[in-house]
Write a protein that binds this ligand. Structure first.
Ligand code: GLU
Length: 473
């Protein structure tokens, strides 16, 4: 017998953004399918019309696209499969595995109250009703006696006593399916072989197993992944910060960095922390490496991993990836010249950046508009005695440095010569020059600042200061 092709799926309900926990579940499904040379499908579970929105569906699709979790085949919309859901409910009725329940909402309320202290879950009094009545009704699953066992790739063997499972509704009185029925029917029709999802659905695996058995369908393999907790160990909530994948994009995380971080969050492969290529991950990703304890978000780790991805990324790609952040800081698209300057500076920007936002901030000094606004603490070095006269003398020297010699080494030498000749500490000129050229924006070694700004811009910024109010103080 040949083993069937592995098919995994991500099945979000479109009620908000792509939650970071959902993104991780999607990633696990995606990498496992890749590892097994299978397929990863996307199903939008939009049967709850009141809570599902098109905007949320779009946010999920966009979030996945940005993160680089690409699904195979067409997207399946659960709401389009209602005929199949109803057909399965009828099949269960015929098999005696389901029954018509005529209980009214008031009746149900009373029954629930009465049953609250009992040790058996909900059973409807219509369970044994044989006549078909002409009354509104739901279709309920007839939970059989006995026990249900599953073997979960993450949680191990789990057994439930069926008496703890409600006779749940499969089809509502208006003919719409419930989650429990729809998910089984769709997974079956999509030939899903592995259900990898959050462990908040673990007990549903027990209930769904019973439905699969009643229909005589092959039960998929299960892997219930612990949810993500906040750094404090509590269930992840708004108070821990960003929850949507798009928020991480807006904070400047690279898709590859976030993928690497989310993958590592609760999944281990020896001590390997960094995964830079999809091939590297696909090769080793397995369900057995998923930790059965909840994972804790760790923003420092996320920054570290993202920083490593920034270091690895080719400079040109980074320029493109950071372009939105650069444009924002520059308050407009960068000129070709400025873009070239940022590109030339990239090797000095990368080691100082954990995110693309950091990267843009590190490049801000290159984008400042003249005359620079130099205020507060940043202006202090310019107010020191001799500062302006040193700046003037240095500017003259820099002017005489020929354009082809405008390099880090030559500039470094010129600055060193100047301080030696005047017998002063480097700070005496270093601080005011840096203030004049960067206005206090983050910047690398001074000789690099001058090199990257170029001769013309450097001299212009220095002269702005020499001829400004600072000179008159
Ligand atoms: N739609 C369900 C949810 O968003 C997931 C269903 C499943 O993965 O079985 O929680």
């Amino acid at each position: 017998m040949t083993t069937p092709k592995v098919i995994t799926r991500f099945a979000p309900s479109p009620t908000g953004f792509l939650h970071i926990g959902g993104a991780r579940t999607a990633l696990f499904n995606y990498y496992f399918a890749k590892h097994m040379s299978g397929e990863f499908r996307l199903r939008i579970e939009d049967t709850d019309k009141e809570r599902s929105t098109d905007a949320a569906t779009q946010a999920i699709i966009d979030g996945m696209k940005w993160l680089g979790v690409h699904h195979d085949g067409d997207i399946v919309f659960q709401s389009k499969n209602s005929e199949d859901h109803a057909k399965a409910a009828m099949e269960l009725l015929e098999r005696g595995a389901a029954y018509r329940c005529y209980a009214t909402p008031e009746e149900l309320e009373t029954l629930r109250d009465a049953g609250r202290d009992g040790d058996t879950a909900f059973r409807s009094p219509y369970r044994d009703e044989e006549k078909v009545l002409d009354k509104p009704h739901t279709i309920r699953f007839r939970v059989p006696e006995g026990k249900t066992q599953i073997t979960d790739h993450v949680q191990g063997d789990i057994t439930w006593d069926n008496k703890n499972f409600d006779d749940l509704v499969l089809l509502r009185a208006d003919g719409t399916p419930t989650y429990m029925l729809a998910v089984v029917v769709d997974d079956h029709n999509m030939d899903v072989t592995h259900v990898i999802r959050g462990d908040d659905h673990l007990i549903n695996a027990g209930r769904q197993t019973l439905i699969y058995e009643a229909l005589g369908w092959k039960i998929p393999q299960w892997a219930h992944v612990p949810l993500i907790h906040g750094p404090d160990g509590k269930k992840l909530s708004k108070r821990h910060g960003a929850l949507g994948a798009e928020a991480y994009r807006d904070m400047g995380y690279l898709p590859g960095g976030l993928r690497n971080y989310l993958l590592k969050l609760g999944w281990a492969h020896g001590d390997t922390e960094l995964f830079f290529t999809e091939e590297q991950i696909s090769k080793v990703f397995d369900l057995e490496g998923i930790n059965s304890a909840p994972a804790r978000l760790d923003f420092d780790k996320m920054d570290f991993i993202n920083g490593q991805h920034i270091l690895q990324e080719p400079n040109k790609n980074l320029l493109e990836l950071a372009s939105g952040f650069l444009t924002d800081l520059n308050e407009g698209t960068l000129s070709d010249d400025l873009e070239q300057r940022v590109l030339a500076a990239m090797d000095t920007l990368k080691p100082r950046s954990k995110t693309l936002k950091d990267l843009a901030e590190q490049a801000r000094y290159l984008m400042l508009k003249r005359p620079l606004e130099i205020t507060g603490k940043s202006s202090k070095p310019l107010r020191k005695e001799d500062a302006i006269s040193h700046l003037s003398a240095l500017t003259l020297r820099l002017k005489s440095l020929e354009e082809p010699n405008w390099s880090e080494t030559e500039i470094q030498r010129l600055l060193q010569d100047y301080v030696s000749e005047h017998d002063i500490g480097f700070g005496k000129i270093g601080q005011p020059v840096r203030a004049a050229l960067t206005g206090g924006a983050p910047s690398p070694d001074l000789s690099w600042v001058l090199t990257l700004l170029g001769k013309e811009e450097t001299l212009a910024r220095l002269e702005d200061v020499i001829t400004s109010d600072f000179a008159k103080d």
